[in-house]
Design a protein around this ligand. Sequence first.
Ligand code: PEP
Length: 293
Amino acid sequence: MMADRTSGINCRSCAGLEDRRFFALYGSSSAIRVPVHIRMDKERKLIVAGNWKSNKTNSEAVALVSDLIRELAAVKEVDVVVCPAFTALSDVSKLVLGSNIRLGAQNLSDSGYGAFTGEIAPGMLRELSVRYVILGHSERRQFQKEPDALVAKKAANAHANNLIPIVCVGETLAEREAGITEKVVEEQVRGSLAGLTAEQVESTVLAYEPVWAIGTGKTATSAQAQEVHAFIRQVLTSLHGEAVARRVRIQYGGSVKGSNARELLQQPDIDGALVGGASLESKGFVEIIKNAI
Ligand code: PEP
């Protein structure tokens, strides 16, 4: 746990990436006063991302993001990200410019420009001010047969181009029932982050999404989710040490909604949410974010 530098109260508003920048600029003297102050018991800033999947035409996406910009204008305590389909990125990008909402994409090529029909190169996303890319989502692992090694190549490509990967991992119902959740998740974490430097891992966002909870209305209990999040942090510790593991933000995903968000996000190792269905209308997504604060 990291104490607030002035009062001993932990602070969500200046944690995470912001924190690193702060210390780089001003050092870590406890005498320095910083403006904040939301009580919290975590050192990482929450990140809530809406994965719109293959939903919303361009005009529907523009309408949704316009509502979100208005409704969430005052939110500073949470990094809010929307991930529309590629066809809506350009117009949504113009709208979120200057707002507190960040833009994410739902996939990225493992290559650059060139003869890769249907692929999206990092430069195309950078030009639209995209900051995040969702990689290794269970739907892509399942339907496009994306293996960990490909996810790792894409994650390296993202980092090489100043995009932050949101790397998804999670077990199926059969794997949970067979008692191999930790084995599966560990393999996915190690495989999907293979080859990344400690610094790259530190700024990667992980999303633990039990496949049986995605789009099913079944949510992992906060205890079940916390258990796996803590385990993932252990795996990160064994890969790159405790200091790095403590910095990595791990989202939970799987039927998150306004009514369960608070309890999930209060867990010590849950640092946000990756939201599918409930991010498709502003009321549900706004409720999640307001409950997170
Ligand atoms: C997802 O697909 O990333 C997801 C978490 O979906 P839902 O919230 O609909 O379960």
